[in-house]
Design a protein around this ligand. Structure first.
Ligand code: AMP
Ligand code: MG
Length: 343
């Protein structure tokens, strides 16, 4: 443990470096590819035979998904849906799956998570970086366009229909979905060990080539050293945090990019980050955003009702809260005011 403590420095990237150095000495070859996609810097690393080709296929798939779900590309499928003016549209299997998953996810979260918040995030300027604080009346008006129960899906016909002014934004789940797709390509090509860092969404396939688990550090929301590391195999570890994107308005207040689906306002609660550890990237990405919006108490309640994932929450007053499934798989390096294990 001490040795790890000395090696882990400041961020996930360093945690990845540990994995790499262990693998450098192993016989199996590390194949690394970096690319920019989905507004973020991604690194994919696969080990062994076929790795280089698998990375190329993965990169192609990442671009393909980006071209489907980008809200800023006029020709993307999501843009077509968002501009359909109430018409029923036939969509790809990928989009159909995302629409179905996120609609159910919104229902399950009681509206905290909402895949059709685009008009609201746009009004705050998060889509263009022209940040403003909209008036309460404007937000109330925009919220009337975010009733996800009005999304109609026909799975047989593969069609989606929404009211004319309703617009999708899969920003909260796109990278998790993409991670699952990449790992499925890797598996189909016989890759047994891989590490994806899709802009902070980490997903690992199998163990490291030396048979030990991956050691992945969490970003420190306050800056500085890695506060917590988790030992993982065949898992996704996905974090939502206000510190990822925010702006400070003229009133001196900071507003973050994660919006409470029920109020239309950027989340303001005791959480600084919500991390999910679970098998599926899509589910983990959905949950990280959802638990962040719900806040500590409701997040714990949500976990108690589902229990098919683990979480790590960090709060404003520097408390660390994690679920019992992580006991024995987590190392805490930072001095927290309080550490709580949820059972
Ligand atoms: P993440 O970093 O995974 O939590 O995703 C944050 C992104 O999801 C934001 O940049 C928005 O594009 C979108 N988003 C913000 N608030 C919500 C919400 N309540 N439900 C669904 N998507 C959201
Ligand atoms: Mg998310």
């Amino acid at each position: 443990m001490k040795q790890i403590k000395n090696v882990i420095k400041t961020s996930l990237i360093f945690a990845m470096a540990i994995s790499l150095s262990a693998c450098d000495s192993a016989k199996s070859k590390a194949n690394t590819k970096s690319l920019e996609a989905m507004d973020t810097y991604m690194t994919i690393r696969s080990f062994g035979k076929n790795g280089e080709l698998a990375n190329e296929k993965a990169a192609q798939r990442i671009k393909e998904i980006e071209n489907l779900i980008s809200t800023t590309r006029a020709e993307s499928e999501v843009s077509r849906l968002n501009n359909a003016g109430g018409q029923t549209l036939q969509v790809s299997d990928d989009t159909l799956r995302l629409v179905k998953f996120t609609k159910q996810g919104a229902e399950k979260s009681g509206g905290a998570f909402n895949p059709v918040l685009y008009p609201v995030t746009k009004a705050w300027g998060f889509t263009t970086k022209n940040y403003t604080v909209p008036s309460a009346a404007a937000i109330a008006d925009l919220l009337t366009k975010t009733d996800y129960s009005k999304i109609t899906i026909d799975e047989k016909e593969k069609t989606v229909q929404v009211p004319a002014d309703m617009k999708f934004d899969f920003g909260a789940v796109g990278k998790g979905f993409t991670g699952d797709e990449v790992l499925s390509i890797f598996k189909s090509m016989g890759i047994k060990s891989a590490l994806l860092d899709l802009g902070g969404n980490v997903q690992v396939l199998g163990k490291k080539v030396d048979g030990s688990p991956w050691v992945i550090g969490l970003k420190n929301p306050w800056g500085g050293e890695v506060p917590v590391a988790v030992y993982l195999d065949d898992c996704a570890m996905i974090t939502s945090g206000g510190y990822e994107r925010y702006f400070t308005a003229d009133d001196g207040k900071s507003y973050i990019h994660i919006i409470d689906g029920n109020t239309g306002y950027p989340v303001e609660n005791e959480l600084v980050s919500a991390t999910i550890v679970t098998k599926s990237g899509l589910y983990g990405d959905y949950l990280s955003t959802t638990l962040f919006v719900l806040g500590k108490d409701k997040a714990i309640e949500f976990w108690r009702q589902n229990k098919d994932f683990d979480f790590i929450l960090m709060t404003e007053d520097q408390s660390l809260i994690y679920t019992k499934g992580l006991e024995g798989r987590i190392s805490v390096f930072a001095q927290f005011n309080n550490v709580e294990v949820v059972r």
